[in-house]
Design a protein around this ligand. Structure first.
Ligand code: 5AD
Ligand code: SF4
Length: 456
């Protein structure tokens, strides 16, 4: 007799929003009997949740589909394997995917995950093509509900989606659609439910999270839309939630109230991811960033005035069309002035359909490679210096899971650094003080001080 239990394998590429979306896909499919599988072999349903941000990320999907082909053939004799492509490649390339990779049964864009059960049923009926990449973001959240399966003590919560900024290098406005914020009450309900399931830290997600302007909670309609600072303060009142983070922000949407939240809300962790992309005003203009290097530095100064120990993180692109040695030098100078705790850096990748792709003054690949190495060297030095500056300090660490070695715990400092210590399992899900004794580029180690603390 065949069982109704089915195996679901999801592979997630790209940003944290995709990690969140993958969790929500697991949630909507659980009632249909889909249980998570560790690898695609023998799975009944394989979902690739894809990223379109750089060419490499998009191409990975096609090589993965190539690897899935023989697995699908093998599974044909025992119920078959359905292969779905979700996420931003699905949104951007749509039906093209099925033409290029006939192994794919269905394509589902980021706003229609709640329709997965229906789409899968359709595919099973027809074994034909199923494609759904409409934009209906409000519908999606209404239909997903709050019944999330929680694994661990930290969770992502999407509060805002989409982007209206149209940076000339970026596909997000095309794949994720226009900027939209979830209503505050809906977010509160989700965070309360997470807290009840043992979550202690929430990271609020949005492509432009600090542009958040959600419908206020019931009884506060007169306020008009709430900004991110108000939302953070409100979520800080929820029992069980000890730490709040958010990502990713845009310098143009920096409101004073959010900066103030770092001063007045201890649960808001002192870590801020604020991409600048370049230090050259000429390049920032060509990127349509709508801010200068000086304006960015002024924001960093205000953040540090509100919370002196705040760790700054960022994103940088080298080799945007027209970038000269002088422009690149301006980027290095800005990096020296900010002094990043951590920063992602990328070579510019030409994305079809974006204005940057059509610019005539593209930079040589070899020049991009050279500039990236120089920039990463500087950023690595800053990251090591930041980590080493914690040696001798006592930091509250939220322990998330057991470490790789026996008796070891893994947690995070307020500045999002990985921390490893020897300690008892019962500290998992709790915050305890750790005296930092050593630091590398990627992690801190130390000793537990004296049991657990109740708050960050
Ligand atoms: N090329 C290189 N990097 C890019 N990013 C976005 N689009 C591109 C592109 N076309 C980077 C930006 C953004 C991060 C998520 O990815 O730095 O902040
Ligand atoms: Fe892309 Fe710019 Fe929007 Fe960020 S702000 S998602 S980089 S267009």
């Amino acid at each position: 007799m065949s069982s109704t239990r089915k195996r679901l394998f999801i592979k997630t590429y790209g940003c944290q929003m995709n990690v969140y979306d993958s969790e929500r896909m697991r949630d909507v499919l659980a009632p249909l009997g889909y249980e998570p599988a560790e690898e695609p072999d023998g799975a009944d349903l394989v979902i690739l949740n894809t990223c379109h941000i750089r060419e490499k990320a998009a191409e990975k999907v096609y090589s993965e589909l190539g690897r899935l082909r023989p697995l699908k053939d093998e599974k044909a004799a025992s119920g078959g394997m359905t292969i779905a492509v979700a996420g931003c490649v699905a949104q951007a390339e749509g039906a093209e995917i099925m033409k290029r990779a006939p192994v794919v049964d269905l394509v589902v864009g980021p706003q229609t995950y709640h329709k997965l059960p229906e789409l899968i049923a359709q595919t099973h009926r027809a074994r034909g093509e199923a494609l759904d990449t409409e934009f209906e973001v409000e519908d999606k959240f209404d239909k997903l509900g709050n019944d999330r399966q929680v694994d661990g003590h930290t969770a992502f919560v999407t509060v805002q989606e989409g982007c209206d900024k149209f940076c000339t290098f970026c596909v997000v406005p095309y794949t994720r659609g226009a900027e939209w914020s979830r209503p505050v009450d809906q977010i509160v309900a989700e965070v309360r439910a997470l807290a009840a399931k043992g979550v202690r830290e929430v990271t609020l997600l949005g492509q432009n999270v600090n542009a958040f302007h959600g419908e206020p909670p019931a009884g506060r309609e007169a306020d008009g839309p709430w900004g991110l600072g108000q939302l953070v303060r409100h979520l800080a009142l929820i029992g069980g939630i000890e730490r709040i983070r958010f990502t990713t922000s845009h310098p143009r949407d920096m409101e004073e109230d959010l900066i103030q939240a770092f001063a007045d809300t201890p649960k808001l962790m002192p870590y801020f991811h604020l991409p600048v992309q370049s230090g050259s005003d000429k390049i920032l203009k060509a990127m349509n960033r709508q801010h200068t290097g000086e304006e960015y530095l002024a924001i960093i100064e205000r953040l540090r005035a509100a919370r002196s120990d705040i760790a700054i993180s960022g994103d940088m692109i080298v080799g945007f069309p027209g970038e000269t040695d002088k422009d690149f030098e301006d980027t290095l100078n800005l990096v020296r002035q900010v002094n990043y705790a951590s920063c992602f850096s990328f070579k510019y990748s030409r994305r079809p359909g974006t204005p940057g792709a059509a610019m005539f003054n593209q930079v040589d690949e070899a020049v991009k490679t050279e500039r990236l190495a120089i920039l990463q060297d500087l950023l690595n030095q800053q990251q090591v210096a930041f980590n080493e500056s914690q040696i001798g300090r006592t930091l509250p660490v939220l322990f998330e899971k057991a470490g790789r070695k026996d008796g070891q715990l893994h947690g995070r400092s307020p500045y999002l650094q990985s921390v490893h210590v020897d300690g008892p399992d019962h500290l998992i899900g709790r915050i305890a003080d750790v005296r930092i004794e050593a630091a590398s580029r990627n992690a801190l180690t130390g000793q537990l001080v004296d049991g657990e603390r109740s708050a960050a």
